[in-house]
Design a protein around this ligand. Sequence first.
Ligand code: FAD
Length: 397
Amino acid sequence: MKTKIETDIIVAGTGPAGLTAALALAQAGFSVALAGPPLAAGDRRTTALMKPSLDFLDRLGLLDAIRPQAAPLRAMRIADATARLLRGPTVTFRAAEIGEEMFGMNIPNAHLNAVLDKAVKDTAAIRPLGALVRRWTPGEDAIEAELENGDTVVARLAAAADGRRSPARAAAGISVKSWQTGQSALVLNFAHARAHDDISTEFHTEDGPFTQVPLPGMRSSLVWVTRRRRADELAAVSDEALSAMIEARMQSMLGRVAVEPGRQVFPLSSALPARFADRRIALVGEAAHVFPPIGAQGLNLGIRDAEDLARVAKSHAADPGAKAALAAYDRARRPDILARASAVDMLNRSLLSGLLPAQAARALGLSVLRITPPLRAFFMREGLRTGGGLAGLMPWR
Ligand SMILES: Cc1cc2nc3c(=O)[nH]c(=O)nc-3n(C[C@H](O)[C@H](O)[C@H](O)COP(=O)(O)OP(=O)(O)OC[C@H]3O[C@@H](n4cnc5c(N)ncnc54)[C@H](O)[C@@H]3O)c2cc1C
């Protein structure tokens, strides 16, 4: 028998952004129906979440469960490993320089998703549907979602956290600009002989950044962004050969390296929609922004989407899907998403570019950052939250 479910808000997508949005909207006082598949195992990536994201997860009551498997990030180092004519110096950013204990934490995705999933199941205001949405029908006063099992959901607002291909975004009539740079990320975890001291190091190479991020103990995760063919080749070499390559790329700063089983390769792409909400549908997570994993931005933005959507919905509680509410959400998200997307794209292109002006700008930028503590502090605060850099320069604001 087909069921018709009435709810305040339907969230589509059971990835980390959708689970966080469902929890945030439930905490804001709404009834939530959550469409999407059951929790999938097998994501062996880790996610670096910055302090503001962790603070928000703490307000959702999740940080104590996350912490035991997470590693703190107390410093971030950028090293120019290009063989370009113009190279920048190594720059280290320390959280203590801006009065913070840490920039954030690196968390295994499997653990983060399991914590979010359990919290969703423990929240009475969230109804997990266990099925995907087959068809969306946005209307004047409500939006209807037909599920793959034949049930229908009627809601005032839909949060589309249904990933980079987002069927809900298409139903909202929102166009997307997508582009590719021909890169993939090889992702793996590895053990090492020397302590990482809670420092993450990003090596800039001509093919993209090679980023080591601490895990608890004498382990780290690696996101090695490189040309697509090279990533596939690297995924196929023996453990011994790959361990030696990683140790060499890191100039043995962590001593001997031993890669763990379970390498994964992610082809990279970028996408930005023309609007972030329309026709009772608000975009959240990768439905709203896709870019390469540089500077740990993706899910941090996705969590800010969830935070802003819950805040805007609460201030339009009578009808969280009304035009005024969607316009407020679009206004709230636009500067943050565009700033992050363009910064990531610019840095990535400056690495790939063989042009001297691009190399000069990057090398000069790193040199200036190295010798100018207030500028470093600005970028550290800005890295944590858009506008945070300015707020740090004007602490009275
Ligand atoms: C190698 C790599 C490293 C990264 N590292 C970091 C990092 O350190 N820090 C960081 O902040 N970000 C990082 N990111 C980005 C981060 O992983 C993504 O932003 C995040 O996973 C996106 O989550 P999401 O929930 O938006 O999308 P997804 O995880 O793709 O979830 C989409 C969900 O929608 C569901 N769905 C699809 N269609 C429907 C439908 N019709 N109905 C209902 N549900 C549907 C899918 O089944 C899925 O559950 C990294 C990304 C990569 C590739």
